[in-house]
Design a protein around this ligand. Structure first.
Ligand code: SAM
Length: 282
């Protein structure tokens, strides 16, 4: 039997702590955003010192997010639940969606107060997009939230985005169990893209960057989220009960490339992020 997961910290004031660097604001800093504090910038600079291609890794993930949302739209999906959505930045999901499907619906979820505050401001007046301040490790709360139920129709396929989020969820909270809980709430035909960081591929192909990514993971010991190192096999197991879309689980630049971000595609970061997209079976 699986051990009971540790209790989740309460949502709210904790995330306003400007002294404690956090994943959301550091990612914003890598992407050139201004929604970060001195402590975030200092730790992000330490991260860049040990792994100089860290901003490329963030951009590769952001580019992958855009591509998977477009694939979902191509497949006829017009409603999205974006888990760990982050601070609004270039290429927000509701912008990609509503450009192509003006009535498309997007519910963001993040536990970081900075992300939530800025998303609320940005989404003011947008009836088809919203943000839930919640911890994605508590799927019942997320899935039963009245604002989620009001915006999304779970009897129709949705795009359930877990992009750049499960790298912060430790085994003690069972990422496999979380994916299964979200999957089970989705109608057949729903699409679930997942991207994470891995040291597995670089370990075999680039020893210098391998050492650097291990050092980056160590730097995040001083952030409010730690980085977990998942493998292709972990992702494959999380996709149980789903069909994997082509080209399966790959490094991010090799997953349906669209010709953008060529410099990043060729950077040392290319082997550090992996992703795949599952389709919920009927
Ligand atoms: N999904 C966006 C993307 O791929 O560009 C943003 C990814 S950002 C690296 C990760 C986000 O996940 C951060 O905003 C962080 O606050 C959020 N996050 C991490 N753990 C979380 C949790 N347990 N519940 C809710 N949000 C979480």
């Amino acid at each position: 039997t699986r051990a009971t997961p540790p209790p989740l910290p309460p949502i709210g004031p904790r995330s306003y702590d400007s002294e404690m660097p956090n994943a959301s604001r550091m990612y914003d800093y890598y992407l050139g955003g201004a929604m970060n504090f001195t402590a975030d910038r200092e730790l992000a600079e330490r991260a860049k010192t040990v792994l100089p291609c860290t901003p490329s890794l963030a951009r590769l993930n952001r580019s992958w997010l855009r591509r998977v949302v477009n694939v979902c739209l191509d497949e006829g999906i017009d409603q999205f639940l974006d888990l760990g959505s982050g601070i609004p930045t270039v290429g927000n999901v509701h912008e990609i969606v509503q450009r192509r499907a003006p009535q498309g619906r997007v519910m963001y979820v993040d536990y970081d107060a900075t992300a939530v505050t800025h998303a609320r401001k940005l989404l003011k007046g947008n009836e088809n997009a919203g943000i839930l301040h919640a911890d994605i490790r508590d799927p019942d709360t997320v899935l039963e939230a009245p604002e989620v139920r009001a915006l999304l129709d779970f009897s129709r396929p949705i795009g359930l985005l877990m992009v750049g989020i499960l790298l912060y969820v430790g085994e003690e909270y069972s990422p496999a169990g979380l994916v299964a809980a979200y999957r089970d709430a989705c109608a057949p035909g729903s699409l679930l893209p997942i991207s994470v960081i891995t040291t597995q591929i670089v370990a075999e192909r680039d020893p210098v960057t391998h050492k650097q990514i291990l050092d980056l993971i160590a730097v995040y010991a001083d952030a409010s989220e730690q980085i977990r190192d998942w493998s292709k096999a972990d992702l494959a197991a999380w996709f149980t009960g789903m069909d994997l879309l082509e080209p399966g689980i790959t490094i991010l630049p090799e997953w349906r490339p669209d010709g953008s971000l060529e410099a990043d595609n060729d950077s040392e970061a290319r082997l550090l992020g992996i992703g795949g997209m599952g389709r919920v079976l009927s």
